[in-house]
Structure formats: C-alpha cells, structure tokens
Design a protein around this ligand. Sequence first.
Ligand code: CUA
Length: 314
Amino acid sequence: MNPFTFFPPEAAAGAAPVDRAFFWLLLLAVSICLLLFVLIVVFSVRYRRCSKARRGKLPEIISREFEIGWTTATLFIAIFIFWWFVGGIATPTAAPRQALEIHVVARQWMWKVQHAGGASEIDELHLPTNTPVQLVMTSEDVIHSFYVPAFRVKQDVLPDRTTELAFTPTVIGTYNLLCAEYCGTQHSHMTGEIVVMAQAAYAAWERQQPHGDSLARQGAALFSTLGCAGCHSAQSTVHAPKLEGLFHARVALTDGRNVTADEEYLRQAIADPRAEIVAGYSPIMPGYAGVISTADLASLVAYLESLPATKGSR
Ligand code: CUA
C-alpha cells in the first residue's frame, strides 16, 4: 500500500523501497529542521536583551568536545544513509541475464525504441509485466534523460555513449515517460507512454508489430521531429496542403500546370517547395535542401508515400 497518494503509482519492483527511503529522509530532514526552529525560539527568548541568562565564552574543553561530537555524529549518520541506499535501495544497473533487452535511441525530441524481436516504436514502450527489462540507451544529439516516475527510475541518455537502465514493471497500466534533461526548445514535449501489459498480451502485441525499421517509419519519426504536422495537419491553422493520399494524385500548380505527385515531386516539394507552388497556397514553407540529409529526405518521401487517403482529404 502506498501511503503517498499524491505520488505516482508504484509500478515497478524498485519503487516501494525508493518511496520508503524518501519518507525516512524527509522525516530526518523535518526532525532536524524542527530541532533548529525550537533552538532558535528558545535561544531568542533566553538570550533576549536584558535577560539574566549567563553570557560569555564556553570553557575551551566543552567547546572542543562539543564540536568533535556533533561532527562525528553527523558523519556517521551520512555514512549510514549512504550504506543503506547503496546496500538495498539503489537500483542495480546489472539486470539478470534473462532480462528483456530493449534499445532506446533519444534525439531531439523523441524516443525511438527497438525491441529485441525487431519491432520498433516511437514515443511508446510496450513491456510485459513481471519481467526484468534492460534498456540499452544512446542519444543521436544532446544529453537526454529517460525518466519514468511510476517506476522511480531515471537515467541520462548520452551522445556517443551507451547507458543502461534495469527495472521490472509489476503493475499493468500506462505510465508517463518523460525527458528529465533540458535538451532544447521542445524538451517539455519529449514525452511518451510506457504500456505495461500481461506477458501473453505483450507476446501477441510483439508478433503483430511490423518488424524492422522501414524507411517510411523513419520518415514518420522525422515528420514528427521536424514539426511538419504543425502546418500539414487537419487541426493546423496554417493553410498548407494535406498530405494524406497525395502520392500519385494530380496536383494543380499556381503556374497552371497539372503534375502527378510522384517521388521526385515529393522530394522537390520538401527540398525546394518554392519551385512548384500548389494552386491556392502561399509559398510559406521553408526549403529543407541542406537542412536535412539526403537519407532523411528519402525517408520523408517514403513516409508521404505510405500515407493512405483519408476521407475528404483529396
Ligand atoms: Cu530530451 Cu529533454
């Protein structure tokens, strides 16, 4: 039972001990704080101006022993807390050998997840319950931090380096995944969901996933990272062409021509949008030539090709 109802749920094996440690440290801190406040009040009254209390220096010997005494006591309390944390509470980074290994790549501003079976997902992480999990993480750009409050785990994710995080989810449910390291303007949007499922449900989910990271999926990620949806979505207030079902469709241009939206059209529309303006739209989109790599451009095109026509989009 979690007595801290204002806390996130305790959804992993290591969560309860962390909360207990937090509680004891809080208790300790509050006790010291109260002691100090009481002493302040007592001394303020006792040594107020004109009071008869004895003043002057303490005898040398008392003063020295008192100093040594409280310094030693504090030192032992600190060492005890350290020993207590390292001994039992700190989550061991080394997971058991049979742990489910999952790769996580962070980038501005998303989480890419690659399951052992080849399934991949973005800003989502599906996990089986009661199974030790070992995350192997790295970053493509700056420092991020993988943070799941419900699991009481947090680990920095660094460029050019691999960090690991081990935990065992225990409660079925959906939990927040946050980035806990300021990593740029969209840092606060670098969130995701951890979906903890029954083991059989996870196995079924894993089987259903498309395996291997297709170009279109990479493009979808890029589409999200670059913020393309900010203009090219039904909810956007910006007047931009809809992209669903665009591939192979006929497009009327402002110069009167009618072209087919083939791969080359899509590529150019991203790299140099002003070359061919769609009739009825303003040339407001920035060109991405030189901004994104050729490979990224290819994945974006693949993503656009994969978008099915939605009702009323064409
Ligand atoms: Cu990634 Cu903050």
